[in-house]
Write a protein that binds this ligand. Structure first.
Ligand code: FAD
Ligand code: DHB
Length: 404
């Protein structure tokens, strides 16, 4: 049995866990990251693509922005399409020059794994039977099997960065957390296609047949989604049927449509809004999807994971460098203010752009009016723009040990 001590035990090597590990490293704080999947699985998992301005700035300030700098696609606007017409929202013009960057989550994760490996601090993939205990003691314990050995690691703190289906949130005793949840009556079918993007910017479409989204990963790869019933088996959709539906929903009156290419990946993602509060129990801190889920329409999930760990890194730095614990105490409250604003935005984007199966004709007309208002009112466009590029950070980079 391998027994030892570490300052911070991190469960999960997704964006939250890897970002936290690197922020702690930059502050001279030691951590152990334990991940139950393989390195390849974690890197290849196709997910988010939109980074807020603040997330881009954070990655740059952490010194892990080279790949992003080279291959990230900066977008200063986006399109909203309904009744067959596309309307551009000038994100940069409405926010004093802020933008989003399209850069695959798998690239972000690859860059962070490379950075972690270069530090030589521990990152264990394919760990089994991961568990946490003694969370309300002064020395919580992280246990796992790895490389044929049992490990029992005593930590000062544990960060639960293990996503929605992880083990950390369920390790919190019953009655501590309040859960807020909304499940939507649809899912997203998403594809990656070997086709040059036919628009330089994203297109969010509201169509009589339901929501569709045009995005991209590179000058050669298009990323597309459309709304399907919840739990829709992916086998129900041949590649040909996917293209027929995609083009039906996305083609606009001026003839714009996505380029068709070979489909190289396809999957169905359920949609939910979820918050578990507080994001802390004893010496366990939850960050990212382990504490909250947003429906993907607002492109906020990865960005919230980044803002959570910035707040956590600031608190742990203050503890290790000055013995101060008040930022640890405030962690959940500071995160949740931002989380709820992102929840509200994601819910609004989702409710405005999707067809609800039980929706009334009234709702359909109201949604069209909402989109008409959005695309003709500077105030409404500004509101969308400032939320889409990301609301200002609640804590400074400097307080987390970075140069702004
Ligand atoms: P995760 O990425 O889920 O990482 C958790 C890690 O913990 C995983 O590697 C998992 O394998 C590991 N783990 C789980 N259980 C254990 C265990 N028992 N022991 C050890 N390790 C464990 N967000 C955006 O910001 N913009 C977007 O455009 C966007 N689009 C999306 C599109 C899709 C189709 C999907 C599915 C999501 C999208 N998101 C988007 C959301 C975003 O992907 C997530 O919010 C983000 O991955 C959260 O990061 P995380 O590190 O908190 O969790
Ligand atoms: C992408 C995903 C989203 O959820 C979104 O709102 C915008 C873009 C993407 O994968 O590119």
């Amino acid at each position: 049995m391998g027994g030892n001590r570490i300052q911070v035990g991190i469960v999960g090597a997704g964006p939250a866990g890897l970002l936290l590990g690197h922020l702690l490293h930059l502050n001279g704080i030691d951590s152990l990251i334990v991940e139950n999947r393989s390195r390849e699985y974690v890197i290849d998992r196709v997910r988010a693509g939109v980074l807020e301005q603040g997330t881009v700035d954070l990655l740059q300030a952490m010194g892990v922005g080279d790949g992003l700098q080279q291959a990230g696609l900066r977008h200063e606007g986006l399109h909203v399409s309904f009744r067959g017409s596309r309307h551009r929202i000038d994100l940069a013009g409405l926010t004093g020059g802020k933008a989003i960057t399209v850069y695959g989550q798998n690239e972000v994760v690859r860059d962070l794994i490379d950075a972690r490996t270069a530090t030589t601090r521990p990152l264990h993939f394919e760990a089994e039977r991961v568990s946490v205990s003694d969370l309300d003691s002064s020395s919580p314990v992280l246990r796992f099997q790895h490389g044929g050995a049992e490990h029992e690691v005593h930590c000062d703190y544990i960060a639960g960065c293990d996503g929605f289906h992880g083990i950390c949130r369920p390790a919190i005793p019953e009655g501590v957390l309040t859960v807020y949840e909304r499940i939507y009556p649809f899912a997203w079918l998403g594809i990656l296609s070997e086709a040059a993007p036919s628009s330089e910017e994203l297109v969010y479409t509201y169509h009589d047949r339901g929501f569709a989204l045009f995005s991209m990963r590179s000058p050669k790869v298009t990323r597309l989604y459309f709304q399907v019933p919840p739990d829709e088996p992916i086998e129900h959709w041949s590649d040909e049927a996917i293209w027929t539906e995609m083009l039906e929903r996305m083609t606009t009156q001026d003839g714009w449509q996505p380029n068709v290419g070979r489909i190289i990946q396809k999957s169905v993602t359920p949609m939910r809004s979820f918050v578990a509060a507080p994001m802390r129990y004893g010496r366990l801190f939850l960050a990212g999807d382990s504490a909250h889920i947003v429906p993907p329409t607002g492109a906020k999930g990865l960005n919230l994971a980044a803002s959570d760990v910035l707040v956590l890194a600031r608190a742990l730095k203050a503890f290790y460098q000055h013995g101060r614990t008040e930022w640890l105490q405030e962690y959940s409250d500071v995160c949740l203010r931002r989380v709820w604003k992102a929840q509200r935005f994601s819910w609004w984007m989702t409710s405005t752009l999707h067809r609800f199966p039980d929706g009334h004709a009234f709702d359909h007309q109201r949604q069209l009016a909402d989109l008409d208002y959005l695309t003709t009112s500077r105030a409404a466009m500004t509101s969308l723009a400032e939320q889409y590029v990301g609301l200002p950070a609640d804590v400074s980079f400097e307080s987390a040990g970075l140069t702004d």
